[in-house]
Design a protein around this ligand. Structure first.
Ligand SMILES: [Zn+2]
Length: 365
């Protein structure tokens, strides 16, 4: 029995050491930055996911530092994904609907362009389509999020090293000046072009254009919850061949759509897929010094809440249920989780624009 207790306490010590190592601040110098955006993912969605998991370890429990972001835009206390992506990607507030520019239409540099100028490799991975409002903030400068052909042109001009998500039709229907489709232009520019996550996994060097659907890629309830983590891991694998480091933005796009639809089951599938992808990036950061991972949301969607089934919750639990206060976005603060190099610089209450500013400041060190 004594021996068993010794073995058990040794095992517990190992677990707690692994856990505290996970929690320890990493060195300052940042070479690689991975930004995860759970579109519409507020504390309600995160709480619902933790309850769903019976409080077992989620990616959010692994965060080394936590912050809260104010998401209001220039012209509305309730932001849309275009203005908030612009804030996160460029450090500037703008009007709802606008991409990568100030309200007066001045274009402002985004993190992808910034990283490229530093000689880093860049990537965008989404579960909607690659020219949707959130990725658009990281690749384009347009007056309206609905100017998808123009956003695609900006994307083709910028040429990130890895692009993965839906959106084939925007590349096929969009012609360049010489009358060819932008898809052909990308192939001419040396891009390996693939149409499935399996074919993406088989690529071995950049640049890669992976378009999994005509429009948005399917939801996790349809394609399973391993897809985003597989694609993210492979994107990291491709990008980290660059000795100058990389910048990668990953969006769990359909968290927002599940919440808009008031569909708790879909929401949990999306959270599971997002959780796995974030965990894979945390694992990478844990074994690769100089990697910073930021996980946040562009805004909260639907006022997701976790209610007690019984008004009298003073005795014992009688179950909880996930609900939705609205079908729209809200002005709630969103959480931010930081892991890896310089993660400690991302705690406290901040503007969504501070996320970009702090990333630039840690990259400059
Ligand atoms: Zn939305």
């Amino acid at each position: 029995m004594k021996k068993l207790i010794l073995v058990l306490s040794a095992a517990l010590l190992l677990v707690s050491q692994a856990y505290s190592k996970d929690k320890a601040p990493k060195e300052d110098k940042v070479k690689n930055v991975i930004v995860f955006i759970g579109d519409g993912m507020g504390l309600g969605a995160v709480s619902a996911w933790m309850v769903d998991q019976d409080y077992a370890m989620t990616c959010f429990d692994r965060a080394q530092f936590v912050g809260l972001c104010k998401t209001y835009s220039k012209n509305n206390r309730v932001t849309d994904s275009a203005a908030s992506a612009t804030a996160l990607a460029t450090g500037n507030k703008t009007n709802n609907g606008m991409i990568g520019m100030l309200p007066d239409e001045t274009k402002v540099q985004n993190l992808t362009e910034y990283a490229k100028a530093m000689g880093k490799s860049t990537g965008i991975v989404v579960t909607s389509h690659v020219v949707d409002a959130t990725p658009a903030g990281f690749i384009a400068h347009q007056k309206s999020r609905d100017d998808r052909d123009e956003i695609t042109e900006d994307l083709v001009e910028l040429k990130p090293d890895v692009l993965a998500g839906g959106g084939r039709k925007y590349f096929e229907r969009n012609k360049s000046k010489n009358g060819r489709s932008l898809l052909e232009e990308m192939k001419d520019a040396g891009y390996a072009y693939v149409e499935t996550p399996e074919d993406f996994a088989a690529t071995s060097k950049t640049p890669v254009l992976a378009l999994f659907a005509d429009g948005s890629y399917s939801m996790a309830i349809d394609h399973g919850t391993d897809c985003l983590s597989d694609v993210t891991s492979h994107a990291i694998d491709l990008l980290d061949d660059d000795k100058n480091g990389f910048f990668l933005m990953v969006e769990g796009s359909h968290i927002d759509h599940a919440a808009h639809a008031g569909n708790a089951e879909q929401l949990m599938f999306e959270m599971e897929e997002f959780d796995k992808a974030v965990n894979s990036a945390f694992d990478y950061a844990q074994t690769h010094d100089g990697t910073l991972v930021i996980v946040t949301a562009d805004h909260e969607t639907a006022g997701v809440y976790v209610l007690s089934n019984d008004k009298d919750f003073t005795k014992g639990e009688s179950g909880v249920k996930v609900g939705f206060a609205t079908g729209s976005h809200t002005a709630s603060l969103v959480p931010l989780y930081a892991f890896g190099a310089s993660a400690y610089k991302f705690s406290g209450v901040m503007e969504n624009t501070d996320v970009c500013k702090r990333i630039i400041s840690v990259l400059q060190k």
